[in-house]
Design a binder for this molecule. Structure first.
Ligand SMILES: [Zn+2]
Length: 196
């Protein structure tokens, strides 16, 4: 059994197994300038957070299957009817109705271009992406919103055509399972575990 807590859902309830926090011994904090007098203690904390995806679960499930899902308002009474949202919006912000989930993989493969980008040589805590991180904002034909993601190969440029890649092997079931490469990149050059 994993040392980390595990969760599944049955009868619409979380069923949890394993340890969701670990007791780690604390350590004294001492003052090197004053005979190593006691100043305090460290309190190590290690906990597992249960993060529910709710209505967005289908988006994350589809990434490892090589599919990019979006949503669209299909309410005939809504002024925003037909508007496509990527990133995935569960509800239409205009009519508050539930959007329809659509597969926009082909649309992304054919029309994704870099709207703008940002190259970061430093990152925040717990980021596991290789540095420098090439964050890109991606626009798609017929999509009302712009998606933030990261470019895995090459140097980003405004207007550059890119295609999605998906972590099909050992997926993390997070947004990191989706990345982008310049259009025309051969599959053999993709990062480990990724495919088109
Ligand atoms: Zn609507």
């Amino acid at each position: 059994m994993s040392m980390f807590g595990q969760v599944f859902v049955k009868n619409n309830q979380y069923k949890i197994k394993g340890d969701f926090h670990h007791l780690t011994p604390n350590q004294p904090i001492r003052n090197a300038d004053d005979s190593w007098q006691l100043m305090g203690v460290t309190n190590p904390r290690d906990m597992t957070y249960i993060h529910s995806y709710g209505g967005e679960a289908v988006f994350f499930k589809s990434l490892c299957q090589g599919k990019l899902m979006a949503t669209r308002c299909d309410n005939p009474d809504c002024e925003s009817r037909g508007t496509i949202y990527q990133p995935f919006r569960i509800h239409c912000m205009e009519c508050l109705g539930k959007n329809t989930v659509i597969d926009m993989t082909d649309l992304a493969k054919n029309t994704a271009t870099i709207h703008t980008f940002m190259v970061c040589n430093r990152s925040g805590a717990f980021t596991i992406l290789d540095k420098p991180i090439k964050f890109i904002n991606i626009e798609f034909d017929g999509v009302a919103t712009i998606l933030m993601s990261y470019l895995s190969i090459g140097e980003p440029d405004i207007g550059m055509k890119v295609v999605p890649i998906f972590k099909k092997s050992s997926p993390t079931y997070t947004i990191l399972d989706l990345s982008w490469v310049p259009a025309g990149t051969p599959e053999s050059e993709l990062p480990e575990g990724f495919g088109f």
